[in-house]
Design a protein around this ligand. Structure first.
Ligand SMILES: *Cc1c(COP(=O)(O)O)cnc(C)c1O
Length: 415
């Protein structure tokens, strides 16, 4: 039989197990464009509700920005809908080349190659340039897509403790016999909102002759004085050998990603990176809109400045209210709840109060580290955030967690 009953039963049991643990991930249907305020149907079939959105990666509020939408309309009319080809056969338009050049200038690198997503960029880049004589040394909390890229590559793999420079140095010493050493890190870590100490990483890489790989998906467009990313923030622009990032977050939020960096690395990706060679070109409207986004961001820092102010206001508000938050200064502000079920319940209660957030728990974060990850946008305003804070206080009080530290929450709710 093609689909044996025993297999079906086993998978149904696994799904039931996920539900029993209270960690089943439901999807909510959004009936409006992506924005600071959205209209949501949740659960399925429930009446629509307007809520403040605190969980999109729409950091700069550009996902539905009129100039971005207009650029897509124009490209749709002038360059069509899809390419029906991979880039190297007949899938490269002038807009693709123009976007790659803009990204190179914006990121301060030598060259750029687009992928259908940053997941694809990370999946393709290591295998394209490294072999068994090389080593990849990654921070232990890098994004899942980097882990996948590492798995697909035949180079040796080692890790260092999260942002632990002494441990990284130890590893770099240990691997001096390899042809190439690549230090691999996220810029802003997506679940904690903290940043890699990139100046120290670059210094170590120079000392021990290693390359630096940076995934700046949660930073491109808004971290650093002019929003170039974590490398700008730490004064090491031009020193990142491999920079990957996404168009799917701050840069309009549709889809697409890239590898930007040393020319030879980009050239090798064009020859060998499998997600580039065997997957379709980025659609013209997306490429054109990404160009419009980079033009906006190159003309003014107003949006990243507004985002920074919103994030500072929000962090201070949650802290004053008595929540346990992860310190940092990115627009990712995790509210720690430790217990997965509690995170789910707090998220549900907040929804009833008109605030849209999602609980994160194992395997997205380590077991016992469940949280609600709030994310700010340049499109939030202070009155909106004040109302959201009131909702957090009300729900926090209901669950008796305001003013409790980590130990207190765990004593009350377990792990
Ligand atoms: C979101 C994210 C990705 C994946 O980006 P997509 O373009 O959506 O595939 C990769 N790396 C990091 C660090 C991310 O946060």
């Amino acid at each position: 039989m093609a689909y044996p009953a025993a297999v079906r039963d086993a998978w149904r049991a696994e799904l039931a197990g996920i539900r029993e643990k209270g960690i089943f991930k439901d999807e909510r249907f959004i009936h409006s464009p992506q924005a600071a305020r959205i209209t949501v149907e949740y659960p399925a079939g429930a009446p629509l509700k307007e809520v403040v959105n605190l969980c999109a990666n729409n950091y700069l509020g550009l996902s539905s920005h009129p100039a971005v939408v207009a650029a897509a309309h124009r490209a749709l009319d002038e360059r069509g809908y899809g390419m029906s080809s991979v880039r190297f056969i007949c899938g490269t338009q002038d807009v693709h080349r123009a976007l790659e050049e803009k990204l190179t200038a914006f990121l301060g690198t030598e060259d750029t190659i687009l992928f259908a997503s940053c997941l694809d960029a990370n999946a393709g880049v290591f295998e394209a340039i490294l072999g068994p004589e090389d080593v990849m040394i990654s921070d232990r909390l890098v994004h899942a897509s980097i882990v996948d890229g590492i798995r697909l590559c035949k180079a040796m793999h080692d890790t260092y403790k999260h942002c632990d420079m002494a441990h990284l140095e130890e590893k770099l010493r240990e691997h001096q016999d390899k042809r190439v050493r690549v230090v691999i890190t996220d810029g802003v870590f997506s679940m904690d909102g903290d940043m890699a100490p990139l100046d120290e990483i670059v210094a170590l890489a120079e000392q021990y002759r290693a390359l630096v790989f940076l995934d700046d998906s949660h930073a491109t467009g808004f971290i650093g004085r002019t929003g170039r990313g974590v490398h700008e923030r730490f004064g090491v622009m031009g020193k990142i050998d491999i920079l990957t990032t996404t168009l799917g977050k701050a840069l309009g939020g549709a889809s697409g990603g890239c590898v930007s960096g040393r020319k030879e690395i980009v050239d090798l990706c064009r020859q060998r990176a499998r997600p580039y060679l065997f997957s379709n070109a980025v659609p013209p409207p997306i490429a054109a809109s990404a160009i419009a986004v980079l033009d906006i961001l190159s003309a003014t820092t107003a949006r990243r400045d507004a985002l920074e102010a919103n994030a500072a206001f929000w962090r201070a508000g949650l802290k004053d209210a008595g929540f346990v938050i992860k310190d940092g200064d990115s627009p990712i502000v995790p509210v720690m709840l430790f217990n997965a079920k509690l995170a789910q319940e707090v998220a549900r209660d907040l929804y009833d109060e008109g605030v849209y957030v999602v609980g994160f728990f194992f395997p997205v974060v380590a077991a016992g580290q469940a949280r609600i990850r709030t994310q700010l946008s340049a499109d939030h305003d202070i009155p909106m955030l004040e109302r959201a804070l009131e909702a957090f206080k009300k729900v926090g009080a209901k669950h008796g967690i305001l003013g409790l530290d980590k130990k207190g929450i765990i004593e009350k709710y377990g792990l």
